[in-house]
Design a protein around this ligand. Structure first.
Ligand SMILES: *Cc1c(COP(=O)(O)O)cnc(C)c1O
Length: 387
C-alpha cells in the first residue's frame, strides 16, 4: 500500500550524480569558489554542445541573462517589447527593469507558444524587440517569428528557460538567427546548477556588452587599446553594471549536468510517451508535440482537462494531492497577475486562448528519476481523480 502522506511524489526533482558532487568538492578544495576556470570550461562546453560558432556567457540566473540580453540590445524607456502572457513573470519583469513596456500577446493553442499573427498586430512604432518562450520545451514557431522580425527590423531574444535541448526546423535552440538566447539552470529545469543561466549569442558586440555588464561594468580591455599591456590590478568602469556572474561551485554542477543533457532528454521523452499512451482516451488534452523530426526537451508535461472531464481543475489537483501526487500550473498568465493586470489594464478577454488554457491546465510530474511504477501511480491517480 502507498501511504500518500509518506510517499509524496513531487512534480519535479533534480538528478545530481557523484560526478557533480566530486566536482563541487574539487572546486571547494581548490580555493577558487567564485567565477574561474570551471565557469570558463562550462561556457566552452556549452557553446560546443550547441554546435559551436556562438558565445556562451554564464550568469547566476536566466532572469539575469534575460536582463543582460535586453540591455545589450539597447532597450530602454519608451520602447515596447512584445512577449507572451502565458509565461513566468521573469520573462516580462526584465523589460520593466530597463524602463520599457511589455506588450502581451496571446498564445497559439496548437503550440502553447506566442501567436505570431498576434505579434504582427501588436507591433507599433515603439516596438523594439520580441521575446518568445519555448513553452514546456516545445519550440515556438521561430521561422515565422524571425521572418516577421526581419520584415519590421525588430530584435529577437529567445527565453529558452525550458528548451535544453530543443530543436526548431532541425536547428538547436541557441543556433537560430535570433540575437540572444537565454537558458535556465534553476532547480527544476532540464539541467541544473541550483541557480544559474546561460546567455548565448553569435554577435560579438552583444557578447562584449553582456560580459561587461555581467560584472559591475568592468572593462579590462580598455587599457590595452592604448598600451601594450595593462598591469594585473588595472581595470576601468565603463557603465553601472550588475553582479550576475556564475560561481565555480555552480559551474561544477553544470559541467556534469551538461554531459548528461541528451540522456536526460531521452528519459523525459520516454516518460512523456508512457503518459501519452496511458492517458489516451481519457477526457484530457495531451501536451502539444514537437514538429515532425524536431526535439522536445520535455521540461514539462502540460495537460488540459477536456470539457467533459466532469471535474474542475482545482478539484482535480486537490484529488491528486490527496493521493500523494504533486502537480503544478504553468502558468497563472501574466494578464491575471495584479501588477501586470493593473499597470497595463489587461483583461481575460484580450487573451482568450491563454485564459481558456489556464482554467483547464495541470502539469503532471515529469523528471528523470521517475520510475515506471511512479508513472503508473500518477496515471492511476489521474483516472481516480477523473472519477
Ligand atoms: C525558470 C524560468 C525563467 C527564469 O529562470 P531563472 O534561472 O530562475 O531566473 C524565465 N522564464 C521562464 C519561462 C522560466 O520557466
Amino acid at each position: 500500500m502507498v501511504d500518500p502522506k509518506k510517499d509524496f511524489l513531487p512534480f519535479a526533482l533534480p538528478e545530481i550524480g557523484e560526478e557533480e558532487i566530486a566536482e563541487v568538492v574539487n572546486a571547494l578544495r581548490s580555493g577558487w569558489v567564485t567565477t574561474g576556470p570551471k565557469t570558463k570550461q562550462f561556457e566552452a562546453d556549452f557553446a560546443a554542445y550547441l554546435g559551436g560558432g556562438v558565445e556562451a556567457i554564464a550568469v547566476n540566473s536566466a532572469t539575469a541573462g534575460l536582463h543582460l540580453g535586453l540591455e545589450a540590445l539597447g532597450v530602454g524607456p519608451g520602447d515596447e517589447v512584445i512577449t507572451t502572457t502565458h509565461t513566468f513573470t521573469a520573462t516580462a519583469e526584465i523589460i520593466r527593469y530597463l524602463g520599457a513596456d511589455p506588450v502581451f500577446v496571446d498564445v497559439d493553442p496548437r503550440t502553447l507558444c506566442i501567436d505570431v499573427a498576434g505579434i504582427e498586430r501588436a507591433i507599433t512604432p515603439r516596438t523594439k524587440a520580441i521575446i518568445p518562450v519555448h513553452f514546456a520545451g516545445r519550440s515556438a514557431d521561430m521561422q515565422a517569428l524571425l521572418a516577421l522580425a526581419k520584415k519590421h527590423g525588430l530584435r529577437v531574444m529567445e527565453d529558452a528557460a525550458h528548451a535544453l535541448p530543443t530543436t526548431c526546423g532541425g536547428t538547436m535552440i541557441g543556433q537560430l538567427d535570433s540575437d540572444v538566447t537565454v537558458f535556465s539552470f534553476y532547480a527544476n529545469k532540464t539541467i541544473t546548477t541550483g541557480e544559474g543561466g546561460m546567455l548565448v549569442t553569435r554577435d560579438p558586440e552583444l557578447a562584449k556588452r553582456a560580459k561587461v555588464m555581467r560584472l559591475h561594468g568592468i572593462n579590462r580591455d580598455a587599457f590595452d587599446r592604448f598600451t601594450a599591456k595593462a598591469p594585473s590590478w588595472y581595470y576601468e568602469i565603463v557603465a553601472p553594471g550588475f553582479k550576475y556572474n556564475m560561481t565555480d561551485i555552480a559551474s561544477s554542477l553544470g559541467l556534469h549536468q551538461l554531459k548528461r543533457a541528451n540522456e536526460f532528454q531521452a528519459k523525459r521523452a520516454r516518460i512523456a510517451a508512457l503518459y501519452d499512451e496511458a492517458l489516451a482516451g481519457l477526457p484530457i488534452v495531451l501536451p502539444p508535440h514537437a514538429e515532425a523530426g524536431d526535439i522536445h526537451s520535455w521540461h514539462l508535461y502540460v495537460t488540459q482537462l477536456a470539457d467533459g472531464a466532469g471535474v474542475s481543475r482545482d478539484q482535480f489537483i486537490e484529488r491528486l494531492f490527496e493521493q500523494g501526487i504533486g502537480c503544478s500550473v504553468h502558468y497563472i498568465p501574466l494578464h491575471l497577475q495584479p501588477y501586470w493586470r493593473d499597470t497595463y489594464k489587461l483583461t481575460p478577454e484580450m487573451f482568450p486562448n491563454s485564459q481558456r488554457i489556464y482554467e483547464r491546465t495541470v502539469t503532471l510530474p515529469l523528471y528523470t528519476r521517475m520510475t515506471d511504477a511512479d508513472v503508473e501511480r500518477v496515471v492511476a491517480a489521474v483516472k481516480q481523480a477523473l472519477g
